[in-house]
Design a protein around this ligand. Structure first.
Ligand code: SF4
Length: 490
């Protein structure tokens, strides 16, 4: 008998089944939402996508709602096959089940670079560091993306320098808005079910709202087509900028459907590459986008496995402060810092903010204050529509919080108000002054930057990339005053 393909809620595209007649099992596990507070819109998106997939598959799909996966699986006595799930916990569950019943385990799908290719790259001769840039170039070569023979098109691998412009002074980008879905009766049912769960005591964070991300392959394709045609040309230039009046700017919003498995990442990359070849989008925009999809995304996915299960517990800087309630509960009134309040509002309102508010506002603030990286990882995972364990463990523990002592990044991503001031339009209307580190209008990011350097001076002194910053700290005449005024930075 051909096994039934048991799909997890982030394996929803055709890539995860073998042919149009394979039978499929989907399980809605309610305990996931009962354990820790998820963002309401994240819960909605995942349930909506699973149910849209079930509707699409019709009779081919068995859809079970249960407290746990195990409880649901007791109702199924046929042989199962499973594509490698995306978390260590789910992988262990599948491995345990395979010792108890007939379960065929298949390699991961839905990523451009498989685990074997990654290991081969990582263990390659002379490789001392697992640098994203090296991995990305290797992947582009292997898949012949934006290449001319053995060389990158136009002779350059990296167009980052063109993709770091501050925001336009006009306060908005001259770009078409993102593609938005229309909710249907499946969404109405999901909303009713989540209301019922909430009434029964399940806690969600964030606002409910119209679903803003694709929940089916058809929707995901429409969103991709719209992005490539209307927004990709402007994607690169202002990629790192933030605008108070436009949280979406020219970002693709592809991470949510990609991480649900609704799009094949290599097809996404090819769509952008075709736009470049056709002369419809500049190389800097296309390269920047390709770098995100087959560079960063795959690098992070592979590191999640390659660095092992204990990597999530790294805490090299000994950061143990619990997240404050206002942050945990997405309450923007908990801070007067305009950029931080704005970023938190965005997460509260739509479960999304682009990579710079995540890294240089939310993550930066947490790192400066020594917040617990494990708690922060869980917060990012549950509060963002595109957040999953595999995404957030390396991104938060490594990239954002430097808790791995430099495995992912060569130095901590810590910045003061001057960075935020340069790359956004927040500071003009803020009660704080990005240039001040002491006094009543001291910017919490500027003070936080020096507080962080001071706390970790010794630890970071061996890192040559930190030399200039630490010398700046040595020249600071008002450090004592700063620490007195900001006890949370001591
Ligand atoms: Fe953020 Fe500081 Fe600028 Fe205010 S002054 S918006 S707190 S960076």
């Amino acid at each position: 008998v051909r096994p039934v393909r048991w799909l997890f809620g982030d394996q929803l595209g055709d890539t995860f089944v073998d042919g149009p007649d394979q039978r499929v099992l989907l399980i809605e596990s309610r305990r996931v939402f009962a354990r820790r507070p998820y963002h309401r819109q994240k819960a909605h998106l995942v349930l909506s996508a699973m149910r849209h997939r079930a509707a699409e598959l019709g009779d081919r799909c068995t859809y079970l709602v249960a407290d746990t996966y195990r409880e649901a699986l007791e109702q199924v006595d046929e042989p199962l096959s499973v594509v490698q799930p995306t978390t260590w916990a789910a992988l262990h569950l599948v491995d345990t089940l395979a010792g108890e019943r007939d379960v065929e385990r298949l390699p991961a799908r839905g990523y451009v670079t498989g685990r074997e290719d990654f290991s081969r790259w990582a263990q390659g001769r002379g490789r001392r560091r697992l640098l994203m840039e090296d991995f990305y170039r290797d992947a582009r070569t292997r898949h012949d993306v934006l290449m001319k023979g053995a060389e990158p098109v136009l002779g350059r691998w990296n167009f980052d320098a063109e993709n770091r412009e501050p925001p336009p002074k006009t306060g908005s980008l001259d770009v078409a808005g993102p593609w938005w879905p229309e909710e249907d009766e499946i969404d109405a049912q999901v909303r009713a079910d989540l209301d019922e769960m909430a009434a029964g005591g399940v806690v969600f964070v964030g606002e409910d709202g119209p679903r803003r991300f694709a929940a089916s392959q058809t929707e995901a394709q429409a969103a991709l087509d719209h992005f490539v045609e209307h927004r990709l040309p402007l994607f690169g230039r202002f990629e790192d900028a933030m605008l108070a009046g436009d949280r979406w700017m020219a970002h693709s919003l592809m991470s949510a459907p990609l991480n649900l498995g609704l799009l094949d990442p290599l097809e996404v990359v090819r769509a952008a590459e075709e736009a470049y070849v056709a002369g419809e989008a500049p190389i800097a925009a296309v390269e920047g986008f390709v770098r995100q999809v087959m560079g960063w995304r795959d690098y992070i996915w592979n590191l999640y496995w390659y660095l092992g299960e204990d990597y999530r517990n790294e805490n090299a800087l000994g950061a143990r402060t619990p997240l404050p309630d206002w942050f945990r509960e997405l309450d923007p009134s908990g801070t007067d810092a305009r950029c931080l309040s704005w970023a938190l509002s965005s997460v509260r309102e739509v479960g999304w903010a682009h990579h710079i508010p995540r890294l240089m506002v939310l993550g930066n603030y947490a790192q400066q204050r020594g917040w617990d990286p494990q708690e922060l990882t869980g917060w990012f995972h549950r509060s963002f529509v595109d957040g999953y364990d595999w995404v957030m463990v390396p991104n938060v523990v490594g990239m954002s919080q430097y808790a791995d002592d430099g495995v992912l990044g060569t130095k901590p991503y810590v910045g003061g108000g001057s960075y935020i001031n340069k790359m956004s339009d927040f500071c003009g209307d803020c009660v704080y002054d990005p240039k001040k580190r002491t006094g009543p209008t001291a910017c919490p990011f500027t003070a936080g930057y020096w507080g962080f350097l001071n706390r970790h001076r010794e630890h970071l002194s061996g890192n040559f990339r930190m030399g200039q910053m630490l010398r700046g700290l040595d020249r600071l005449s008002d450090l004592d005053q700063l620490l007195e005024e900001h006890p949370d930075l001591r």
